[in-house]
Design a protein around this ligand. Structure first.
Ligand code: C2E
Ligand code: CA
Ligand code: CA
Ligand code: CA
Length: 280
């Protein structure tokens, strides 16, 4: 009854307040998480079409919070971006992913994943020290630059400047770069001329439409053609059904990622897949 008495604005302001307080609290707890073992990585397979064989993996961060349980990156990455903690968090993720990938390469050779994808946020990319951080991590972990794929968003590079310089610098090292969630950002197509990349990760929202009408599948169809013309690899993201996988293959997609093939998995489960492959 009391709630009803409040103006719409008062209720709105209250929600915003709770939001700000909640963000501040999450931020403080994240600071602690960075120096504890609460953050860890899962690895989602990227597979070849049509056979569904493991090609690469993407590292995805998770936070096992002592009271809240598993917190989604969709919740804490934006907080870390706002308070700047993403720079340290991102560097930790990069180091751990490269260490893991170097370990797989040493143990399994050619049967290891072809490369590991690591998400890099705009804020990280704009740090002047970013390319040096990547170079240092490669040296320290002994990972070949070509085994690393940095996943960035269009939004991070669309205005040129330091982020674009960073993309050029890491590619100069031999590291591969992917445009993530491709098609959902600012300037998609024009960007392909100014920002040299190796891979387009076609967003799930377009993959969802491939089994629908011509209109619904139009963007996924066009992106496959553009990518082929520009000699870019494409990965179809968020593939959830066999029908989608089949249709994507017909459209020319040769790499896919999604729950239909595999969820993000702990490193040990990737190990099991690699051991089987090595034995074959
Ligand atoms: P993303 O980079 O686009 O990663 C793919 C997300 O889609 C992952 O969510 C993955 O679990 C989910 N996914 C994969 N296949 C399917 C599917 O078939 N259906 C559906 N519905 N979802 C699928 P996750 O792990 O929750 O990560 C969400 C986002 O958080 C990532 O989106 C990425 O933007 C960000 N993120 C995750 N880890 C990191 C990180 O280490 N650094 C940074 N900067 N961002 C990260
Ligand atoms: Ca990604
Ligand atoms: Ca994505
Ligand atoms: Ca996404």
């Amino acid at each position: 009854a009391k709630e009803q008495g409040k103006s719409r604005y008062a209720r709105y302001a209250e929600t915003m307040d709770t939001c700000a307080v909640e963000h501040a609290r999450l931020g403080a707890e994240l600071q602690r998480a960075l120096t504890s073992d609460e953050l860890f990585l899962l690895y989602q397979p990227v597979v070849t079409l049509p056979d569904g064989e493991l090609s690469g993996v993407e590292a995805l961060v998770r936070w096992r919070h002592p009271e809240r349980g598993l917190v989604s990156p969709a919740e804490f990455i934006p907080v870390a971006e706002r308070n700047g903690m993403i720079v340290q968090l991102g560097a930790q993720v990069l180091r751990e992913a490269c260490r893991q990938m170097a370990d797989w390469r040493r143990r399994y050779g050619d049967a290891a994943p072809a490369r590991i994808g690591v998400n890099v946020s705009a804020r990280q990319l704009r740090e002047p020290t970013f390319p040096q951080t990547v170079a240092d991590v490669l040296t320290d972990t002994g990972l070949e630059p070509g085994d690393l794929l940095l996943e960035i968003t269009e939004t991070a590079v669309f205005d040129g400047g330091p982020a674009l310089q960073a993309v050029r610098a890491v590619r100069e090292l031999g590291v591969h770069v992917a445009l993530d969630d491709f098609g959902t950002g600012h300037s998609s197509l024009g960007l392909l001329r100014t920002c040299p990349v190796d891979v387009l990760k076609v967003d799930k929202s377009f993959v969802d439409g491939v089994t629908g009408t011509a209109e619904q599948s139009a963007i996924a169809t066009s992106l496959a053609q553009i990518a082929r013309a520009l000699r870019l690899r494409t990965v179809a993201e968020g593939v959830e059904t066999e029908a989608q996988a089949r249709r994507l293959y017909q459209l020319g997609y040769r790499l896919a990622q999604g729950f239909h093939f595999a969820r993000p998995l702990p490193a040990e489960e990737i190990d099991d897949l690699l051991a089987v492959r090595e034995a074959a």
